[in-house]
Design a binder for this molecule. Structure first.
Ligand SMILES: Nc1ncnc2c1ncn2[C@@H]1O[C@H](COP(=O)(O)OP(=O)(O)OP(=O)(O)O)[C@@H](O)[C@H]1O
Ligand SMILES: [Mg+2]
Length: 433
C-alpha cells in the first residue's frame, strides 16, 4: 500500500475529529455549568416583574470604576430604603458589597447584586437592576418588562447620568486619579495642610487665584446658566522651589468640601486626558491639579516642544466643551511652555512664579523663623540672599538651625547665606533635578 491509497481529507478528518468532539463536549459542559445560573437570574427577574421570561427587555452597559461604585452605592441604599417602604424590593442572593472612598467618607456599595425595584424607584415602571463586577469590567443591567420597553432606554440613560454626575458619591471630595483595566480609578487624597499665611507670595498672585479659580468655581452654575464660559486654566511658570506645588495645595485646602479636587498621576495626564476632563466635568465644580508639567510634557533634560504643545492643545479642547472645571498646572520650563500656553486660549492665565524680591524674602524668612525669640536682622539676611527661592530660604533656615544647634543668630544666617546653594549656577530650563 502506498500513500496514494489515502484520501488526504480522510486523514485530516481522522486526526481532527476526536479533537473537535472533545472541544464540543467541553463547550457543552461549560454551557451546562453556566446556563442554569443565567436562566435562574432572568427567570427570577421575570417572576418578580410578574411576566414570563420571554417578555423581558434587557439593557446593559459596561461602566468604569467611578460609575460602577456610584451605581453600587445607590443600589445598596435603594435596597434598604425600598425594602423598608415597599414590600416589593428584593436582593437576589448572594449579593457582594465593597467599601468605596466617597466624598463623605468610606461607604458600602454593591459590587455584584440584582435588585428588584418597584415602580417609581427608577422611572415609572418596576425594573430589576443588576451590577456585576468581574476581572474584565463592571456591567450594569436594567431588566424590564417588554410592555414598558419603549421608555426603558431613556430611563436607563437618565439613571446612569445621575449616578455619574450630581449623585456621584465622589462629588466634592479630593482624589488621586490613577488607572486600572477599566479606565480611571479614584483614591482619596487628603491635601497637606497649607494656607496663604504660610506661603508668602505677592498679593497680586492671590488676587489672580481668587479671580480665575475661586470666583469661577463658585459661580460655575450661574455662569453655565447664562451660557458663559466656566472653565479656566491657570499655568504657574517658574524655577524650582518658588511655591508652585504649594500654591496648588493651598487652593485645594481652600476649596475642600465645596469643589471636587482631582490630582492625576503622570500616566493619566499622558494617556487619559479626555477621560480625566470628562470625569472632572461630571463631578463639577472641579479643580484639577497638574503638577510638574515638564515631567509629563517631556523627558527631564530634553523637553520635547512638540509633545508639550500637543498636550496644551488637548487641554484646550478639553476645557472648551466642559464647564465648571479649573486646571492649575505648573512647570519649570518658561521658554517653551510660555509660547505654547499663550496660544492655547484656555490656559487663560499664566502666573510667573519668580524667586521673591527683597520684601518677599523678608516675609519668607520671618515665616520660617517665627518661632525664634532672638532679635535678628532679617532685612540684612534678605539683602544677602538675592536670587534665593522660598525653598532656598527654608533650607537656609533649616541648615542654620542644625549647624548652630538651635542657637540662630544673624551672623550664622549671613554665613549660611554666603554659601547658599542657589549661588551655584542655575541649570538651564528643563534640566532641573
Ligand atoms: N513663597 C514661599 N513662602 C513660603 N514657603 C515657600 C515659598 N516658596 C516655596 N516655599 C517652600 O519651599 C518648598 C518647595 O516649594 P514647592 O514644592 O511648592 O516648589 P515648586 O515651585 O513646586 O518647585 P518644583 O518646580 O521643584 O516643583 C515648600 O516647602 C514650600 O513651602
Ligand atoms: Mg512642584
Amino acid at each position: 500500500m502506498n500513500m496514494n491509497d489515502y484520501d488526504v481529507t480522510d486523514v485530516l478528518a481522522a486526526v481532527t475529529q476526536p479533537a473537535l468532539e472533545h472541544l464540543a463536549a467541553t463547550i457543552d459542559r461549560e454551557f451546562e455549568r453556566r446556563e442554569p445560573r443565567s436562566t435562574t437570574h432572568y427567570e427570577w427577574a421575570a417572576a418578580h416583574l410578574g411576566v414570563d421570561a420571554t417578555d423581558l427587555v434587557v439593557l446593559s452597559e459596561g461602566v468604569d470604576t467611578p460609575l460602577g461604585h456610584s451605581v453600587g452605592r445607590w443600589l445598596y441604599d435603594a435596597q434598604a430604603r425600598w425594602s423598608a417602604e415597599h414590600a416589593g424590593a428584593f436582593v437576589d442572593r448572594p449579593a457582594a458589597s465593597e467599601t468605596v472612598p466617597g466624598a463623605a467618607g468610606d461607604m458600602r456599595a454593591f459590587h455584584s447584586a440584582t435588585v428588584v425595584l418597584p415602580a417609581g424607584a427608577v422611572g415609572p415602571a418596576p425594573v430589576v437592576l443588576r451590577i456585576l463586577s468581574g476581572a474584565y469590567g463592571i456591567e450594569v443591567e436594567l431588566i424590564g418588562r417588554s410592555e414598558d420597553g419603549g421608555a426603558l432606554p431613556d430611563v436607563f440613560g437618565a439613571f446612569l447620568r445621575a449616578r455619574r454626575t450630581v449623585d456621584s458619591p465622589y462629588r466634592l471630595g479630593a482624589y488621586r486619579v490613577s488607572t486600572n483595566n477599566r479606565g480611571l480609578a479614584l483614591g482619596r487624597w487628603t491635601p497637606p495642610a497649607a494656607t496663604r499665611e504660610l506661603l508668602k507670595l505677592d498679593a497680586s498672585v492671590w488676587r489672580t487665584v481668587d479671580r480665575s479659580v475661586h470666583r469661577v468655581l463658585e459661580l460655575a452654575d450661574d455662569l453655565k446658566a447664562r451660557g458663559l464660559g466656566t472653565s479656566t486654566g491657570l499655568l504657574l511658570v517658574g524655577p524650582p522651589g518658588t511655591g508652585k506645588t504649594q500654591l496648588g495645595t493651598v487652593v485645594a485646602n481652600e476649596l475642600h468640601g465645596r469643589t471636587t479636587v482631582l490630582v492625576p498621576g503622570t500616566y493619566v495626564t499622558e494617556h487619559y486626558l479626555t477621560e480625566l476632563f470628562d470625569l472632572a466635568a461630571d463631578l463639577s465644580p472641579c479643580l484639577i491639579l497638574m503638577d510638574d508639567l515638564d515631567l509629563i510634557a517631556g523627558e527631564r533634560g530634553q523637553t520635547n516642544p512638540h509633545r508639550l504643545r500637543e498636550f496644551l492643545n488637548v487641554m484646550d479642547g478639553g476645557l472648551a466643551d466642559r464647564s465648571g472645571v479649573v486646571v492649575i498646572a505648573s512647570t519649570n520650563d518658561h521658554r517653551k511652555v510660555d509660547k505654547a500656553a499663550r496660544r492655547s486660549s484656555r490656559f487663560d492665565t499664566v502666573i510667573k512664579m519668580e524667586p521673591p524680591v527683597l520684601e518677599g524674602r523678608l516675609a519668607i524668612l520671618e515665616r520660617y523663623l517665627a518661632w525664634c525669640d532672638t532679635a535678628l536682622d532679617l532685612a540684612a539676611v534678605a539683602r544677602a540672599t538675592d536670587g534665593a527661592t522660598g525653598a532656598d530660604l527654608k533650607e537656609l533656615v533649616r541648615t542654620t538651625v542644625l549647624d548652630t544647634n538651635d542657637d540662630v543668630t544673624t551672623d550664622a544666617l549671613l554665613a549660611q547665606a554666603a554659601v547658599g546653594r542657589w549661588r551655584s549656577e542655575r541649570p538651564t530650563a528643563g534640566q532641573y533635578l
